[in-house]
Design a protein around this ligand. Structure first.
Ligand code: FAD
Length: 291
């Protein structure tokens, strides 16, 4: 099925994002959580691509195992970091050979400790160039790209960031998946600005269930997402209580999801972080799942 088709005719397309675990225990937990998440019939499952291509094989192993076990369509994330164009071609060829359906096409971040993205000498500079490559040579793969409701951290301003997003759309992206955000107003403003800029493909909000106070601070700092003071206050009421934090995280994300659905979003992309409880609770709270 074409990627954009999950989001047509008032269907709410649902996808879950995994990441490659570093240990055997993590692998087992991932597969057991995917098993539980499958009960909620996601349209497809994605797996991230580690910094510097460090998880190259692992990413493909995970998505192909998920597809083989559950028969669900899958997407591999792919970044331009540390790869020549020929290496990117090699990855895309292998992805097709292994039955991968879609690619989340990204530039990627600079290696830890560095602030500037330096492309591989024979590689690509921006995600729109990766979209061009996929469209030109691997057009059977559906393409999702990243969008930033609160503007990408490196962009000089929101208008330029939007122009750059439009380049990815014009290059042939099927769907935009957003960076996580905690205030839906940021998504609605972004959606409106995208529409004004002539972007017509689905803009799928990324949903992130907060698990702890330190985690939300770290992640918000990493990707530039604002955390509403009310959410911080609620989490801070019991600074050491992990159960309380994840309950607050689930409640906040559930309210976000209910509001997004009532405001006509085309779908939801859950950053499940290889867990299942929080996402399952959110889906149940929002009436999206078998109870
Ligand atoms: C849904 C989602 C999934 C992600 N998955 C991963 C993952 O699996 N692995 C990983 O390492 N990272 C992942 N990331 C993080 C992502 O790699 C970073 O946010 C990265 O800094 C930017 O990637 P991008 O594809 O948005 O880059 P781009 O779209 O290339 O944009 C990067 C910056 O360059 C600017 N820009 C873009 N095109 C041009 C142009 N043609 N000329 C001038 N300026 C331009 C943009 O405004 C922006 O500031 C993900 C992010 C999201 C939202």
């Amino acid at each position: 099925m074409k990627l954009a088709d999950y989001y047509t005719d008032n269907k709410l397309g649902v996808s879950f994002e995994l990441f490659p675990p570093k240990t055997e225990k993590g692998d087992k937990a991932l597969h057991s959580n995917v098993e539980k998440l499958m009960e909620f019939s996601p349209n497809y499952i994605t797996c991230t691509y580690g910094a510097g291509g460090s998880t190259r094989t692992k990413t493909l192993d995970i998505v192909s195992a998920v597809k083989a076990t559950h028969g669900v369509p899958v997407a591999s994330h792919l970044t331009c970091v540390g790869s020549s164009v020929d290496e990117l071609r090699g990855y895309l060829t292998e992805a097709i050979d292994r039955g991968i359906d879609y690619i989340v096409a990204l530039r990627g971040d600079p290696p830890q400790g560095e602030t500037n993205f330096v492309p591989d000498p024979n590689g690509l500079r921006y995600a729109n160039e990766l979209v061009d490559l996929i469209q030109a040579e691997f057009s059977q793969l559906g393409i999702a790209v990243a969008g930033y409701p609160e503007t990408h951290l490196e962009a000089p301003n929101a208008d330029i960031d939007l122009e750059n997003l439009k380049r990815k759309v014009d290059a042939g992206a099927d769907v935009i998946m957003t960076q996580l955000f905690f205030d839906n107003a940021d998504y609605y403003n972004f959606r409106e600005r995208c529409e004004k800029a002539g972007i017509q493909i689905p803009i799928v909000p990324g949903i992130f269930p907060v698990a702890s106070l330190p985690q939300i601070k770290r992640i918000a700092n990493m990707c530039g997402a604002k955390v509403p003071q009310s959410l911080l206050d609620e989490l801070s009421q019991k600074p050491e209580d992990a159960v309380w934090h994840s309950e607050v995280g689930v409640q906040h994300a559930s309210r976000q999801v209910e509001d997004l659905i009532s405001n006509g979003v085309p779908g939801l992309h859950f950053y499940v972080l290889n867990k299942s409880e929080a996402t399952i609770s959110i889906m149940k709270n929002a009436g999206l799942a078998k109870v």
